[in-house]
Structure formats: structure tokens, C-alpha cells
Design a binder for this molecule. Structure first.
Ligand SMILES: Nc1ncnc2c1ncn2[C@@H]1O[C@H](COP(=O)(O)OP(=O)(O)OP(=O)(O)O)[C@@H](O)[C@H]1O
Length: 817
């Protein structure tokens, strides 16, 4: 039934509000948006809203109200965000779209770039694409991760206060131990910065959506409607039985067992691919993901046409052209058979290629860790959950959370991509069938619980809250944190808990000289209001005994660097100790120091590691600033983990090939990049902290930062400082006798072209001030050479784009799964 249109009243007529009770689908034509926005959607084939979307519009989405939308996977949450953003943009607004992962940011950025035809520009601010943060605020829509937004707030980015609509994608991640606290703080600060901001929160279905919505002062839209049927079921002993929840529509399929081992997972995948569908298989470890793909390959290959196989061979060649690690070879081997694996150990290039080729229908099956569970729109007709238990280092084998199951299952049957979807849990025993139905299919996802109440999470946010002027006293700090979801959820109890944690954190910050308390000067509060957050935006509860908290220069710097204050204090204390003891610090000393900080992730110690890492410690004891006594086993074990990670970084900056590092440490290329990038970011922060202190080691940290970014020896540093030159080209130039900028003479042009290719040679000569306009520049010759060159250009570009507004390196926040 179409809603009636009458003058001045929205077409969905709120009085009757049919969307609340009926399967109403508001026609795009009836929406209170401009004609060109309507045409944009109708031209793309979207003529009416889905029922849950209609419900959101009825709830005031297009009237500027805050709305939390908690509806099933694939039910079109993004379109709702788009409508609210476009409506605001037409009234000169500016929108911020906050996502948890960089892969999602890229997907959304690509989509919003289509609004160019409406005259709206989009930008991405995750620190890994070309767009620079200096200019990012000139865009109409800015896509960013929550950590990046937090960092933009800390750096007092002026356009943040112009944001009229903020979209919080995957807001149920408030529950995440790693990402939740930052997301919570970002929401609280954005609301303080601009109390009129419209919040659109998009969430998977969660138990306590009303509670989250109430915290945000938002309307809560809940629905279980899904545009395509999703059959959720269990496979056991050759049969898959699925059911569409709520409609009770059933399917029973006998599955032909195929392949050498007649394995359930492979047979289930083959069953769909034979019918022209594609499959996503979720496993519980990287090893199992690659193992599944290798085993499934020969079966899936038998369904491919010759033309498909040829295309896949080209994709496989793209992988091996760019990397010669064993993992790359295995991936290429699988891709030739139409299958792939996907996990955080792959490089971002490899992951993108796999996602892109699956979307294009070339790769038929991906076996993945949960890296692919969240948010991406992929054409999987069947999702197979091959393992619903996962190993947890603290608690052993555990069943995966219901929320994670729902997210995985929701990748199946996406509108426009597949006619229906199937999600299959594999039961090994008959008694598991009912258990799995009860525990996953029929179960409600867990409630979202704030994870803000831990000292580790709060320390950094307390410093930034004081540094940016969101609070000037202890009482104001408490008031600020009373605005968080943690306080809202815990009620009165949270005040006592928060006060205790705030006091502990402040004691630490005062001790570490990052902030001080101006006792007896409560008048000073008025004097030091920040230009970023004005005093009237602070809900002040100034009392006579409430004296000002003043961030020190060090505190402000640590906040802007996005470093955990504990990390900063470790760096400064250890350097001071070394200087006092008259030590001469080396790259090994600093690498170990980087690994001592709380911001650095560490490698696990394996049984075979103890001996060699202990020997390394003994051989290098003069380089190590602090060595724990062996009498404290837990501390010593931790120390060995730090040292093992330092050795990985040391190999990287010694130009050891990635494949060797991968084998030695049993890590993937993606891990090496993550370790080195995080370490480079901490080295940059270390350099800036020490520079402020006047320490002679600031320079050593700066050099180390560049070496960590590129994975290069100290000899190559002068060449690496030239734009466009990465470690491969720098090594080639160095070996040919070019050791610094000054070494290049106009006559060397053709030699340099031979070494690094024409494009980069021209760039290099121009950069060092030699005009190349009169030179004959040869065409690039071989495709293979081009790929390698482009590969290195990508690495350099990625590194260049890591620099933000103030030239700092931003931290990477990808999962390690
Ligand atoms: N009203 C509509 N009519 C037709 N197609 C639509 C409509 N709304 C959204 N879609 C399409 O549905 C698909 C899924 O939408 P979207 O990715 O926004 O879902 P989602 O709710 O964000 O899912 P998830 O939570 O799983 O990420 C997209 O291809 C989108 O273009």
C-alpha cells in the first residue's frame, strides 16, 4: 500500500504511521528530499524503501532526529544514512561517516564518491589512501575510522565542529574491548562539540538497542525484516536443513559428498558453486582457512570453464608478480583453481584482490577467518560456518558469540547479488543439531556492554579530555564521563567506579608530568578555555575545592601523538635511565624500547623460541636498557616476547627478504607490515618526545622511523628521503654507486632509467632539481617490470599518505585475526 500524499504532511502521515504496523514501502518519490536526489535513486533502480527503511523515515530520520537503526544484515542501512546525509548536504551541512575498519571505509568511500554527480564530494581519512588530511575538510562527506576521528579531535581539526550529521556504522562495536571505548568517547565529544549534531547509528540486531538509543537521545528503529530470504540451518550427515526465521519457510537439501575426503564443508561449497552461486567459508584460524582453500581447490576447479581458468591464471600471476613469499605462492596456487583464502596475515593488496575478484564472480569460494564477517557486501549465496569454536589464549576453546554468527550468516543472500541466502553450521554429532539451532539460529545476539570502565582504556581518554579543554577540573571530568554510555548503562554505580578510575589515572598523569593541578586557583578555569571547546559547551559544576587541571606541554604532545600516556612515560623513563648509566644506545636498544610500550603488539613465544631468544638477550645485553631478573618468570617471559618482536623488526630494517622473515617467525606479509608500521609510528612519537626533552637520541629514533617504514638499512637513508624511492629501488641505486641526492648528475639519466624505470627516474631528477624536459624518455617495456614498479610505488604512496595534518604518522588499527 502506498502512503497518501497531502500538502504539508509527509507522505507517510505520522498520525497513522502505517510503517509501524504494516509492510509499508514508502516510494522514493514521496520522500522529503530534492528531486535530483530522488532521481539519483530511481535511476539506479531503487524506487521504494524497504519496510524497515520506511520505519526509520517515519521515526524522523529526515527531520533531523537522532535515530538508532537496529535491523538485520542486508536490510539497507547504508541507504538510510545516505538519505539523511544528502538531505543535510542540500542544506549546506557536512557529514562524517564513522566505520570500524579500513576495508569498510574504502567500500563506503567508493559508494559515496558516486554522489559526485549530485555535486557532493567525498573524502576518506583512514591514513592509508591518497587523500590528504589537510584538505579532507573541504569534502562534503568524510569517511573515517573511529580512531582517526579521535585523533582529529585531539589535533583540534576545525571542520569537526561544522559536522551536521554523524553516521556511526556498526555501532554495536561499543561492546568491543579494543574499539568500544574510543567509539564511546568520540560520540560523547562530537555531541559536546556540536549539541545539534544529528546522530544516525547503524547496528546489527542487538538485545538492548533501546538502551543504546536512549543514551544517544535517539529514536529506536527495530525490525526483523530482510529483503532476501536467509535460510539458516545445520548440516549433518549429508543433509542440510534450513529455515527462514519468522516466516518458517523451510528447505531440506541432500548434499552430494564430493572430493577425496568427502568432507562436509567442501561438499556444501561444491553444491552451491555447481548451481552458479558463490561461497564464503568461515574457519577459526589462518592455517585452517588456507588448508580449506587448498583442499577445496581441485573440486571447485572442475566446475570452471576454460575462459574462467584463463582469467584466474592472470589473477594468480598478479599475486606472484607482486610478492614471492610462500603465502603468496599458495594463494596464487589456490586462485588458479577458483578459490582463495583471506586473513589479516595477507598484505592489504592481496586482500583487496581477493575481495574484488570474488565480487566480480571470478573467485568462487573464499575461506576466511572472521576478517570478512563485518559489513562488506559480497555475493555469497551460501555461508558455511565450518568452525563455531575458536581458541582463546585465556579460556581455551570457546563457542563464537551469537553476534559474530549473525554477522557471518548475514553475508549470505545480499539483495541484487543473490536471489536468496543460506547459512550452514556444520554439526559433527547428531546431538549438536538442536544445540546449534538453539544457541545460534534461534538465539538473540548478546547485549552491548560498555568496555570503558578499565584504567587502560580511560588513561589516554582522560588526558585528551583535559588537553582539548573538554574538562578543566576533576568535577568537570566526572561530568564529562557521565555523558558516556558506560555511565548511562551503569547508572549511579558508575559514578563511584568512574571517580576511582579517574583519580587513579590523574595521579598517574600528574606523576608523569603530563598534567598538574593548580591548587587554590579555581578562577583560572575561566581564563584557560580552549578555542576548540568553548566554556559554555562544558557542563560545569565548578565548586570551591575544585581546582583546575592544567595539561603540560608534554601532556598535550602525548595526547596529539595518540600515544598511550603509559607508553610515553616508558620511553622517557628508559631513555633517562640509559643516559644516567652512560649507555650508548643502538637500534637494538630502541627497537626493544618500542616493544616495551603498551601500544606495540607482541609476538607470542613458542616452545622453540626460548633458547634462541634467551641467547640473543645474553649476546646483546649491553644494548638492552632494562633486563628483568630471571627470578620473576612472568616478567621474564614478557621480556622475551618483547625481544622476539624486536628481532623481527631488526630483520626487517636489515633488508632480510619478507619471505625469510615470514618463515622464521611464522607470520604473514600483512603482519610484517603491521608490526613495522606500528613500530614506525611509535619511533616517530619517540623522536618527538625526545626532541622536546632535548635528548640526543631523538635523531636515532627519527632515522629508525624511516627505516621501519621502508624496511631498509641505514646506508639507504639518504636515498629513501627522495620521494618515490622505496627499499627495492634504493638498494638498486645504492649498489650502482648512487648513494645520496648529490650523486646524481644529468649525464646519469639513462643509467637511472635502466635501474628504476622512466617514470620514477623523471620524478627523481625533477625532485633533485635536474630538468628532464629535454631528455628522451623511453616507454616502459615489460608488463612484469611495470607491475613490480607499481608495487613499489604503492608502498611508497601508502607510507606518504600515513602523514596527517601535522605530518605525524598515524597508528594502524587493523585486526590481527
Ligand atoms: N530500498 C531498496 N531497494 C532496493 N535495494 C536496496 C534498497 N535499500 C538498499 N538496497 C540495496 O541492498 C543492498 C544491501 O544494503 P546494505 O549494504 O546497506 O545493507 P546493510 O543493512 O548495511 O547490511 P550489513 O549490516 O550486512 O552490512 C545494497 O546493494 C543496497 O543497494
Amino acid at each position: 500500500m502506498a502512503a497518501k500524499k497531502s500538502k504539508g504532511v509527509p507522505a507517510w502521515d505520522k498520525e497513522n504511521d502505517p510503517a509501524k504496523t504494516e509492510d509499508i514501502r514508502i516510494p522514493i518519490e514521496n520522500l522529503p528530499v530534492s528531486d535530483r536526489v530522488k532521481s539519483f535513486y530511481t535511476n539506479s533502480g531503487i524506487s521504494e524503501l524497504y519496510p524497515p527503511q520506511s520505519k526509520a523515515v517515519s521515526a524522523g530520520l529526515l527531520e533531523g532526529k537522532n535515530v538508532l537503526i537496529s535491523i538485520p544484515t542486508a536490510s539497507g542501512k547504508t541507504l538510510l544514512a545516505e538519505l539523511a546525509m544528502l538531505q543535510s548536504l542540500e542544506q549546506n551541512g557536512k557529514c562524517l561517516y564513522v566505520v570500524p575498519l579500513r576495508a569498510l571505509a574504502s567500500e563506503k568511500f567508493r559508494r559515496f564518491s558516486e554522489f559526485k554527480e549530485l555535486g557532493f564530494r567525498s573524502g576518506i581519512s583512514t591514513g592509508d589512501l591518497d587523500e590528504r588530511d589537510e584538505n579532507i575538510g573541504t569534502n562534503d562527506i568524510i569517511v573515517a575510522t573511529s580512531e582517526k576521528v579521535d585523533s582529529l579531535i585531539r589535533n583540534e581539526t576545525h571542520w569537526l565542529s561544522q559536522i551536521s550529521v554523524v553516521v556511526l556504522d556498526e555501532v554495536h562495536l561499543l561492546d568491543s574491548k579494543d574499539r568500544g571505548p574510543t567509539l564511546e568517547i568520540v560520540i560523547t565529544k562530537l555531541r559536546k562539540l556540536n549539541p545539534k549534531i544529528q546522530i544516525i547509528a547503524l547496528s546489527a540486531t542487538i538485545q538492548n538497542s533501546k538502551e543504546v538509543a536512549d543514551w544517544m537521545n535517539a529514536e529506536c528503529v527495530v525490525s526483523d525484516w530482510r529483503p532476501t530470504k536467509l535460510y539458516e540451518g545445520v548440516y549433518f550427515d549429508g543433509v542440510f536443513e534450513g529455515e527462514v526465521l519468522h516466516t518458517k519457510d523451510k528447505v531440506v537439501k541432500e548434499i552430494e559428498l564430493v572430493g577425496k575426503g568427502k568432507e562436509a564443508g567442501i561438499s556444501l561449497a561444491a553444491d552451491t558453486i555447481r548451481d552458479g552461486g558463490q561461497c564464503l567459508v568461515f574457519t577459526n584460524s589462518r592455517k585452517n582457512a588456507a588448508g580449506f582453500a587448498k583442499k577445496a581447490g581441485p573440486v571447485i576447479q572442475s566446475y570452471l570453464t576454460a575462459a574462467e581458468q584463463e582469467e584466474l591464471s592472470m589473477l594468480a600471476a598478479e599475486i606472484t608478480d607482486r610478492s614471492d613469499t610462500d603465502a603468496a605462492k599458495t594463494l596464487a596456487f589456490c586462485i588458479r583453481m577458483g578459490v582463495a583464502f583471506h586473513h589479516a596475515g595477507l598484505s592489504s593488496d592481496q586482500r583487496e584482490l581477493v575481495e574484488r575478484s570474488f565480487s566480480a564472480g571470478k573467485i568462487k569460494l573464499i575461506a576466511s577467518t572472521p576478517t570478512l564477517a563485518a559489513g562488506l557486501n559480497l555475493p555469497a549465496r551460501r555461508v558455511i560456518i565450518a568452525a563455531w569454536r575458536r581458541y582463546d589464549s585465556n579460556e581455551g576453546m570457546q563457542m563464537i558469540p551469537v553476534m559474530e554468527y549473525k554477522q557471518m550468516a548475514g553475508r549470505a543472500g545480499r539483495p541484487h547479488l543473490d536471489p536468496f541466502g543460506e547459512s550452514v553450521l556444520i554439526a559433527a554429532k547428531e546431538e549438536d543439531i538442536d544445540r546449534l539451532k538453539e544457541m545460534y539460529i534461534e538465539a538473540d545476539p548478546e547485549s552491548v556492554e560498555s568496555k570503558l570502565g578499565a584504567e587502560n582504556a580511560l588513561r589516554t581518554h582522560i588526558l585528551s579530555t583535559v588537553s582539548n579543554g573538554f574538562a578543566y577540573t576533576r568535577n568537570q571530568l566526572l561530568d564529562f564521563f557521565k555523558g558516556t554510555f558506560f555511565a548511562y548503562q551503569r547508572g549511579l554505580l558508575s559514578t563511584i567506579a568512574l571517580k576511582t578510575i579517574i583519580d587513579t589515572c590523574l595521579d598517574f598523569l600528574i606523576d608523569a608530568n603530563m598534567c598538574h593541578e593548580d591548587k587554590g586557583k579555581s578562577d583560572a578555569i575561566e581564563e584557560k578555555t580552549s578555542p576548540f571547546v568553548t566554556a559554555d559547551k562544558i557542563n560545569s559544576t565548578k565548586e570551591a575545592d575544585d581546582c583546575p587541571l592544567i595539561p603540560t606541554k608534554l601532556g598535550s604532545l602525548v595526547s596529539k601523538l595518540y600515544l598511550d600516556p603509559l607508553s610515553a612515560s616508558v620511553i622517557l623513563d628508559q631513555i633517562q635511565k640509559a643516559e644516567k648509566n652512560g649507555m650508548t644506545l643502538t637500534e637494538i636498544s630502541l627497537l626493544h624500547l618500542i616493544c616495551m610500550t603498551t601500544d606495540m603488539k607482541l609476538l607470542y613465544m613458542k616452545t622453540g623460541d626460548y633458547q634462541w631468544v634467551t641467547e640473543f638477550a645474553t649476546d646483546n645485553c649491553e644494548h638492552i636498557i632494562s633486563m628483568p631478573p630471571t627470578t620473576k618468570p612472568a616478567d621474564f617471559e614478557w621480556f622475551l616476547g618483547e625481544l622476539k618482536t624486536s628481532v623481527l623488526l631488526y630483520r626487517w630494517i636489515s633488508e632480510i627478504p619478507e619471505n625469510e622473515i615470514s618463515k622464521e617467525f611464522d607470520v604473514g606479509e600483512g603482519d610484517i607490515r603491521q608490526f613495522s608500521e606500528t613500530a614506525a609510528w611509535i619511533a616517530n612519537a619517540g623522536a618527538r618526545l625526545l626532541k622536546m626533552n632535548g635528548s640526543p637520541y631523538a635523531g636515532l629514533f627519527s632515522d629508525l622511523e624511516i627505516r621501519l617504514q621502508y624496511g631498509a638499512s641505514i646506508q639507504l637513508l639518504p636515498l629513501l628521503k627522495i620521494r618515490g624511492i622505496g627499499r627495492v629501488r634504493a638498494r638498486r641505486l645504492y649498489n650502482a654507486g648512487f648513494r645520496s641526492k648529490e650523486a646524481f648528475q644529468p649525464a646519469d639519466f639513462s643509467t637511472v632509467v635502466d635501474l628504476i624505470g622512466p617514470k620514477i627516474a623523471v620524478q627523481l631528477f625533477n625532485e633533485i632539481g635536474i630538468d628532464t624536459s629535454g631528455y628522451a624518455v623511453p616507454e616502459k617495456k615489460k608488463a612484469a617490470r611495470r607491475t613490480k614498479e607499481e608495487n613499489e610505488t604503492n608502498i611508497v604512496r601508502e607510507i606518504d599518505s600515513e602523514k596527517t595534518v601535522s605530518g605525524k604518522i598515524q597508528k594502524r588499527f587493523d585486526d590481527f585475526m
